[in-house]
Design a protein around this ligand. Structure first.
Ligand SMILES: NC(=O)c1ccc[n+]([C@@H]2O[C@H](COP(=O)([O-])OP(=O)(O)OC[C@H]3O[C@@H](n4cnc5c(N)ncnc54)[C@H](OP(=O)(O)O)[C@@H]3O)[C@@H](O)[C@H]2O)c1
Length: 413
């Protein structure tokens, strides 16, 4: 993608890329008067810079310094913290607001010491004096869905890191998440302006034409990157996804099962009755071409590992027809040759190889003895599994280089 020069223009925010989108849901881009209300109402009524000379909905405004002003809601959580860490060094954006419930000018360093030097503050509401072009929501299930329609209506690009816009079927929300979806018209595939499942390796073209990103869950990210080439080729007859995550995957809010003495030196499976991420994994496998019978029979078992970050998905696939190791390698090389964040590796990937980076390390092999294909992917659950992936998708939405702000090398050991 060509890098668009960002020439500061103190009179006019500069459009970063002109793109014509064919849906009404992104059409609104007007300046709104501020009224009053709760945190999100205040954010939503924050003025958004009109782009002079165009009403093109594909343009995100920039500030006087040529950066896209962004805000984060849910800034006191682990994903919020990773968004701050990464966006603070993103060359094309500027953080203009951080929000979490009940905060009033809390220095970010009081919530996260490692972010102290950023100098940001966390408020119960975002500052009304700043323009905002895009909002990242890092909230629990059910907290984003009621708020997103108004954010979109005001012309903001929205990246939701929770599950509220990932599933296409509204009936999946009461089933998997326990709430009726308040905006089914925004679920993926519902029509103009609907959300796009934000795995760029699968949905890059659709992301470039949306304003609402449903950033994937961490387990489905790893499993789908491991399985996509096989599913697309119709090679999956049966699959077991055996996945392990570090404890930060459960968020910062204290819970009994993430208490040190419960999690430390303990490895255990959970979600055996059906983890919520199975719904989006099944949806995306179906979209890749896997047969319904195969998708309905997917076994997915997550495990909690006594480490802070990292996620490894090991997928055992019974192929639908005989295939050679060379053919399998060819599928993965073709799928991931141009991908900036997917590294095909010839040895078992480990979570420490990707810690702190947006990389996904994928390894595939044919187990000649059993005839199964074993496909593995390692990611950092908080980066490629959450904040990094969300920024990657945002870069696509905004027409920025996809790697912008995401070029960190993994931290090791
Ligand atoms: N952790 C991961 O590895 C990971 C990976 C992919 C996706 N995700 C998803 O990202 C989202 C955030 O996860 P997290 O790990 O950052 O969780 P977290 O550490 O528990 O943080 C949750 C954030 O949401 C706020 N919050 C909690 N309940 C709220 C409510 N009812 N209304 C408004 N704000 C509320 C919290 O603010 P207060 O300070 O006010 O409580 C906090 O800022 C979740 O949907 C999660 O499933 C997480």
């Amino acid at each position: 993608m060509p890098k668009v020069p960002s020439v500061p223009d103190r009179q006019h925010p500069r459009p970063i890329r002109v793109r014509v989108l064919g849906h009404a849901g992104t059409a609104a881009r007007t300046v709104h008067d501020y009224a009053h209300g709760c945190m999100l109402m205040r954010l939503m009524q924050t003025s958004v810079s009109a782009v002079p000379g165009t009403t093109d909905p594909g343009v995100l405004p920039r500030d006087a310094a040529g950066r896209i002003p962004v805000a984060i809601i849910g800034a006191t959580g682990y994903v919020g913290a990773e968004l701050i860490r990464l966006l603070e060094r993103h060359p094309d954006v500027r953080i203009v607001g951080l929000a979490a419930r009940g905060r009033d000018g809390l220095p970010v360093g009081a919530a996260f010491a490692h972010l102290d030097e950023t100098g940001h503050r966390i408020d119960g509401a975002l500052p009304t004096s700043s323009d905002v072009a895009a909002v990242f929501l890092a909230l629990p299930a059910g907290a984003s869905a009621p708020r997103v329609p108004e954010l979109l209506a005001r012309g903001l690009a929205v990246v939701d890191l929770g599950p509220d816009f990932r599933l296409a079927d509204p009936a999946d929300y009461p089933r998997w998440y326990g709430f009726e979806h308040p905006a089914p018209e925004l679920l993926p595939g519902a029509g103009p302006g609907a959300a796009v499942y934000g795995l760029p390796e699968l949905h890059r073209a659709a992301l470039a034409a949306t304003r609402l990103v449903a950033s994937p869950g961490c387990y489905p990210t790893a499993a789908l990157l491991a399985l996509a080439p096989l599913a697309r080729a119709g090679l999956v007859a049966d699959v077991v996804v055996d996945a392990k995550s570090g404890v930060s995957g459960a968020g910062r809010e204290p819970k009994l099962e993430t208490h040190f003495s419960e999690a430390n030196e303990n490895l255990r499976a959970y979600g055996l009755g059906g983890h919520r991420h199975l719904a989006e994994l099944a949806q995306e496998l179906r979209a890749l071409g896997a047969a319904s019978g195969v998708v309905d029979a997917v076994t997915f078992t997550p495990h909690l590992v006594p480490m802070t970050r990292g996620l490894l998905a090991t997928c055992y696939v019974r192929p639908s027809h005989p295939v050679t190791a060379a053919e399998i390698s060819g599928l993965y090389e073709a799928a991931y040759a141009g991908e900036p964040f997917v590294r095909l590796v010839d040895a078992a990937p480990g979570t420490k190889h990707v810690s702190g980076s947006n990389a996904a390390r994928v390894h595939v092999r044919l187990d000649e003895r059993s005839g199964r294909i074993v496909a593995l992917a390692a990611i950092d659950n908080l980066v490629k599994g959450a904040a990094g992936q969300a920024i990657q998708a945002f870069n696509v939405v905004a027409g920025l280089p996809e790697t912008s702000g995401l070029e960190q090398i993994a931290l090791y050991p």
